[in-house]
Design a protein around this ligand. Structure first.
Ligand code: BES
Ligand code: MN
Ligand code: ZN
Length: 471
């Protein structure tokens, strides 16, 4: 998507489609007469994301006009409105759009670029050529002043798009080895990538990733990305991502319906890759480690079993009570490894629990942390980027639910507080670092479209994490 700027007014600019954002309380009397008429004919209330699209009939110089309600004019409603415009543009095969951004501040310009692209995105490479819709090629923003730099917005967009593409890709295309290939493709001046194969995993004692991956014909991988800035890093952090490229549930087999979208179960790792794609060009003065536990959780002759006892990378033993609680097993190894890197903070991301979707739905990422300052920083970053985040508690006194008979811990805590006990399980593998856990089971992938995101991967948390890292 090319981003262009112009100081033309929306009345005089020429082109195919001009997008006008209209807040509920906006003064409509200055709009061309036939636009005013159309608005009242349709009883247009300017609710965020509501939309009218029609030929301009000469009322302005451009051929068509898209009026989009921007609700109360808040950043939240602006994002909804612009995403709706991006969505509609895609459905209408519009390749060049112009948005009237007169009066926008820098934050509004950046949010407009991000949200338009987010709504415009589709995963349609497997559709017949004639049935694919056209992505936007250029977005022109009309500004009544000199434009701000949009380099950062472009890098974030590239990262988010990479994330959405790998998460949407079917499991036949993205499996542990090919996921590692994506990571390797990000190697560059400041990014190095190391991959452990199944033999190395076993030799190093990564019992969680090994067990989850052993039932599949596609062997597991551990992937370590490392971004090192040119100068002395201000901080060191680690991001760990669940990379279950397909989750059948293993021997604790899921239902067909429950399995349908489980190619998305590597979204945590997709987000880590998206962040690294952005870091490659953002080049902040922070050192970042990306840790990915990649495995395909399958049901087969060699699958790990109920009652098995695994040993994670930090030496703790885990009793298996359900092979469908596999994300925490691959993360146990990643978090143990990350705890040895001497980082100031570590954040993990995982489509970890169905319970999280039940509790918070699609909009919110569940945040867990014991470190209040980290919670504030991450929630601020999410707020800056218009992404939903809700903190859930991490009470020590629920830990007994994970007490095992024969090993140090068991991998499920029972029906109650499923997302919390999963997070408490993870906390057992974190030492000597501030830590936060994002359960992105709802926010990473929308089975049906939602808030003008097409069905599928959302790329949520790529921008939030980059915001946090860069600040
Ligand atoms: N990948 C799933 C969680 C999930 C469910 C993500 C729906 C996205 C949408 C995870 O591996 C899983 O199966 N969790 C189990 C845990 C249970 C066995 C303790 C669950 O949530 O049912
Ligand atoms: Mn599972
Ligand atoms: Zn899973």
């Amino acid at each position: 998507m090319n981003i262009l700027f112009s100081k033309d007014s929306y009345q005089s600019v020429t082109g195919n489609t001009v997008i006008l954002l209209l807040a509920k309380d906006a003064d409509r009397s200055t709009l061309p007469n036939n636009i005013q008429n159309a608005l009242s004919l349709h009883d247009f209330k300017a609710k965020a994301g509501s939309l009218l699209f029609f030929p301009s009939f000469g009322s302005i110089a451009a051929d068509r006009i898209m009026i989009v309600g921007s609700g109360d004019g808040s950043m939240y409603d602006l994002r909804i409105a612009v995403r709706a415009a991006g969505h509609k543009a895609r459905a209408s095969n519009i390749t060049e759009a112009i948005i009237n951004g007169y009066g926008f501040n820098d934050e509004q310009v950046h949010a407009t670029i991000s949200s338009f692209a987010a709504g415009n995105y589709r995963f349609d490479k497997y559709k017949e050529e004639g049935k694919r819709t056209s992505a936007i090629s250029s977005l022109t923003l009309l500004l009544d002043r000199d434009p701000p730099s949009v380099e950062e917005a472009k890098h974030l967009l590239a990262g988010r798009t990479l994330c959405r593409d790998v998460v949407n890709a079917p499991a036949a295309e993205i499996y542990p080895e090919s996921l590692a290939q994506v990571a390797l493709s990000l190697q560059s001046e400041h990014i190095s990538v190391m991959v452990w194969d199944e033999k190395k995993l076993k030799a190093e004692g990564m019992g969680g990733i090994t067990a989850v991956g052993q039932g599949s014909s596609k062997p597991p991988r551990f992937i370590h990305l490392h971004y090192k800035p040119a100068g002395n890093p201000r901080k060191k952090i680690a991001l760990a991502g669940k990379g279950v490229t397909f989750d059948s549930g293993g021997l604790s087999l899921k239902s067909s319906a429950g399995m349908q979208t489980m190619r998305c179960d590597m979204a945590g790792s997709g987000t880590v890759l998206g962040v690294f794609r952005a870091l490659r060009d953002l080049q902040p003065d922070v050192e970042v480690h990306g840790l990915i536990g990649a495995a395909e959780n399958m049901c087969g002759a060699n699958s790990f079993k109920l009652g098995d006892i695994l040993t994670a990378y930090n030496g703790k033993t885990i009793e298996i009570h359900n092979t469908d609680a596999e994300g925490r097993l691959v993360l146990a190894d990643c978090l143990s490894y990350g705890s040895k890197l001497g980082v100031d903070a570590m954040v993990d991301l995982a489509t970890l629990t169905g319970a999280c979707v039940v509790a918070l739905g699609n909009y919110y990422t569940a945040l867990f942390t014991n470190v209040e300052s980290l919670s504030e920083q991450l929630q601020t970053a999410a707020g800056n980027r218009g992404e939903g985040m809700w903190q859930l508690p991490l009470p020590d006194f629920y830990k007994p639910m994970l007490k095992a008979e024969w090993a140090d811990i068991k991998n499920v805590g029972g029906r109650a507080a499923g997302s919390i006990t999963a997070a408490l399980f993870l906390s057992e593998f974190v030492t000597d670092t501030d830590w936060a856990h994002f359960d992105i089971a709802g926010s990473a992938f929308y089975d049906k479209g939602f808030q003008h995101f097409a069905p599928g991967a959302t790329g949520s948390m790529v921008e939030t994490l980059c915001d946090w890292i860069c600040s």
